[in-house]
Design a protein around this ligand. Structure first.
Ligand code: PHE
Length: 344
């Protein structure tokens, strides 16, 4: 019996080898697998069934033969499958692994504040433009009516660039006014956001790098009431409808007249003599502004008899600090994630 079986299996092996060589597609593979392994009519299960009729003495030997055949068929079918579909067998993505957690980032509070401020002016039709952080002394000072020995130059305690004459790290965003006006003829309105640099000793309200947004509008017959209307609309949009504004006379060499703009304290509304943000004054200073000086317009090739305009500048860091009650400006630059994550 066993010899008969062994003979039969030898033949089956020949047949299978010929068949497996023909397999070209998944479908053929599936067909062959059926033929050998389908539960009721598969060749291997049928062989196993025949074990029952084999005398006990020969059973072990017959079982081994059948098993070896079964394994051979199984293995070659697997090999063929690998050849047909290499990608599914290659170690690829293991979908069962737990996901890699990647902490989503978020814009820094200063960045976020800058975008919010910008958006208000964009909605009012302002263009956003930028200038370089390293600027000529001419654009940063001279063209803005700040002559060589003007006290404003000392006040701003400038970083000069070693070995490059007449270049500074800009001390404000106002030089972008100069660049913009030189490159365009009015009418125009634009804002200029960016980093500025002053040689300040860092403390709770000073850092040597900070951020400003400059604004500029030039057209025919622009007067101070336009400046006032625009800035009040901006303040209401950003700080809320019930915020009051106060225009105080100010001085900037490049605007005339000039005004400093305060908003009513949104924390205590002037009610708390020990308020930690307004210090009991009831007012917060947030903007410098004024009518563009005719000399500055002329420096940029714009005729002050035909055109007039206004300009303003604000500190982004200071506005973010006031609005969120941050006690110390340096916290924005220390990059302590425990601090930054509060503002996501
Ligand atoms: N450049 C001024 C500053 O840095 C702010 C300013 C801008 C004032 C525009 C008037 C007009 O303090």
């Amino acid at each position: 019996m066993s010899r008969e079986l062994s003979h039969e299996i030898d033949e089956l092996i020949q047949v299978f080898k010929a068949e497996v060589e023909q397999v070209q597609s998944q479908q053929q593979h599936r067909g062959l697998k059926e033929k050998y392994f389908s539960r009721r009519k598969g060749i291997c299960p049928l062989l196993m069934q025949r074990l029952r009729d084999i005398p006990p003495k020969e059973k072990a030997e017959a079982g081994r033969l059948i098993n070896r055949f079964k394994q051979m068929v199984e293995q070659s079918l697997d090999e063929v499958f690998t050849r047909l579909e290499p990608d599914r067998r290659k170690p690829g993505i293991d979908w069962t692994l737990p996901p890699v957690s990647h902490a989503p980032g978020a814009p820094h509070l200063i960045e976020r504040t800058r975008t919010e401020l910008e958006d208000i002016f964009i909605q009012m039709g302002y263009e956003v433009a930028e200038g370089p952080e390293m600027e000529s002394e001419y654009n940063n000072f001279t063209a803005l009516n700040i002559p060589a020995h003007h006290p404003a130059r000392d006040e701003q305690d400038t970083f000069f660039i070693q070995d490059i004459d007449d270049m500074v790290l800009r001390t404000h965003t106002s030089p972008v006014q100069i660049r913009y006006m030189k490159s365009k003829q009015p009418p125009f309105k634009a804002i200029f956001p960016g980093k500025v640099f002053r040689k300040d000793e860092p403390d709770a309200t000073h850092t040597p790098v900070f951020h400003q947004i400059e604004g500029l509008l030039v057209d025919r017959e622009i007067n101070f009431s336009h400046l006032r209307g625009i800035l009040e609309a901006f303040i209401r949009a950003f700080f809320g409808e019930d915020i009051k504004t106060r225009f105080r006379p100010g001085y900037f060499p490049f605007t005339e007249p000039s005004a400093e703009i305060d908003i009513s304290c949104f924390l205590c509304f002037g009610q708390d003599a020990e308020c930690r943000i307004c210090k009991g004054t009831g007012w917060l200073e947030i903007l410098g502004s004024g009518m563009v000086h005719p000399g500055v317009l002329m420096n940029c090739g714009i005729d002050p008899d035909l055109f007039s305009g206004f300009a303003f500048g604000m500190g982004v860091d200071r506005i973010a600090l006031l609005r969120h009650g941050v006690p110390d400006l340096r916290m924005f630059f220390e990059n302590d994630l425990r601090f930054l994550r509060q503002f996501r």
